[in-house]
Design a protein around this ligand. Structure first.
Ligand code: FSX
Ligand code: SF4
Ligand code: F3S
Length: 399
């Protein structure tokens, strides 16, 4: 199929392999290796990686892949998913991403509009019929026969049915395209739904998130381009490699949850210390996503909880934009932390003055002997000793 893709391409330059394209565009090997490293962190199973796989191994496999043709449609969205893909932290990374895939049509990025844009879409669909990957961003308004959104005289439903019908596979990127997202929040005036609600029988991968981690999408596209397969999904069509765990499971603040250390007010001492955000309405225990282990924009700690904000459950249809921000989620699979803890300092009882005197005498004799012996052993040792900490001073700071 991939050879056929190459043969079918009439315009110059042809799709070619990713390696060829990167050489042609003078993109450094180093940038490609950094990209492969980010991909490995985001999509460890999607590319069948093991603990021993190196970025060089991924680059060797991907370099031979024919650049996958991608058509990207926008419906009811904020374009945050596109921003998340292209606002990377490395200069030139967006350029690299656009060379790794062959983005044939993207309404936000293309210069043309109107009839020109429509022509570009028709040409891309014709050239790669049955072979392109369709990425959909935004929800589809189904209410009132779809009058809430039209493009080129066609409703969003008509456009999606047409373009989706000729795609090899569809990726619904973001919560809007996956299940309706923000536009579907109460009172949902447009009757917003996800792609699978309109095309239930198509091969669809949902990558919810508002926005989602773009490397999850790239991992799916490149896996498909490399061997023609799509990743294993859960019952909501989400790729398991990215959604098989809940945020709470690997949250760096989890130890504070277990210890009962909760932020009570934004900016309090606990918040500054990085305590758990559960009582601030964090939906992490109810939310499946990989954010706690795969951060955004290639920068460590760039994700909601990493910067001190609670998870709003943006990947979960039943949570995001439905459960109020400050409402505390019910704990289904984990035990609630105890509300009170045993003190780590104990109250001492009293003992008689006679017993104290006898013990003190014995200790005094031993201590004096030990002191004399130690002074004889080494005077220098005393000078080198750092002042000791009081081992009993491990009180928990109060927020
Ligand atoms: Fe939706 Fe994409 Fe939220 Fe926005 O456009 S998933 S509103 S972040 O970005 O569709
Ligand atoms: Fe992290 Fe939220 Fe769980 Fe606290 S409740 S440990 S902040 S995911
Ligand atoms: Fe969304 Fe929660 Fe991750 S809000 S981005 S699923 S931490």
């Amino acid at each position: 199929m991939l050879k056929q893709l190459l043969a079918d391409r009439e315009c110059v330059p042809p799709l070619g392999t990713i390696d060829q394209r990167l050489r042609q565009c003078n993109i450094s090997r180093r940038s490609f290796l950094v990209f492969c490293t980010s991909l490995m962190v985001a999509a460890p199973y999607g590319l069948a990686l093991t603990d021993k796989t190196r970025p060089e191994d991924v680059a060797a496999v991907l370099g031979k892949v024919i650049r996958p043709p991608v058509i990207w449609l926008h419906f009811q969205d904020c374009t945050g998913c596109t921003e998340s893909l292209l606002q990377t932290s490395h200069p030139g990374f967006a350029d690299l991403i656009l060379n790794v895939i062959s983005l044939e049509y993207h309404e936000t990025l293309m210069a043309g509009s109107g009839a020109q844009a429509r022509q570009a879409l028709d040409e891309a669909m014709q050239r790669y019929a049955g072979k392109y990957i369709l990425v959909v961003e935004g929800s589809i308004p189904m209410g009132a026969q779809g009058i809430y959104m039209k493009s080129g005289g066609r409703t969003a439903m008509e456009v999606l049915t047409d373009v989706g019908g000729k795609a090899a596979a569809i990726i619904a990127i973001g919560s809007c395209a996956s299940w309706g997202g923000i536009p579907s929040a109460d009172p949902d005036p447009t009757g917003a739904v996800g792609v699978a609600d309109l095309l239930p029988d198509h091969s669809i991968i949902n990558i919810p998130g508002c926005p989602p981690n773009p490397y999850t999408m790239l991992g799916v596209v490149l896996q498909y381009a490399a061997d023609g397969t799509l990743p294993e999904t859960d019952e909501q069509r989400r790729p398991k490699f990215a959604f098989d765990r809940d945020i709470h499971e690997h949250c760096p603040r989890r130890a504070h949850f277990d210890a009962g250390n909760f932020v009570k007010v934004y900016g309090d001492a606990g918040h500054r210390e990085g305590w758990c955000l559960y009582e601030m309405g964090c939906k992490g225990p109810d939310t499946h996503a990989g954010c706690s282990t795969r951060h955004f924009n290639e920068i460590p700690d760039v994700w909601p909880i990493g910067i001190g904000a609670p998870c709003i459950g943006c990947t979960e249809k039943a949570v995001a934009f439905k459960v109020p921000m400050f409402e505390v989620v019910q704990l289904h699979t984990i035990a609630a932390p105890p509300t009170s803890y045993a003190s780590i300092t104990t109250t001492r009882g009293t003992i008689s003055p006679l017993a104290t005197g006898l013990v003190g005498l014995g200790v005094g004799v031993l201590a004096t002997g030990g002191y004399v012996a130690s002074r004889k052993f080494s005077r220098k040792q005393d000078d080198d000793d750092a002042p000791g900490e009081d081992p009993g001073s491990h009180e928990r700071p109060q927020p």
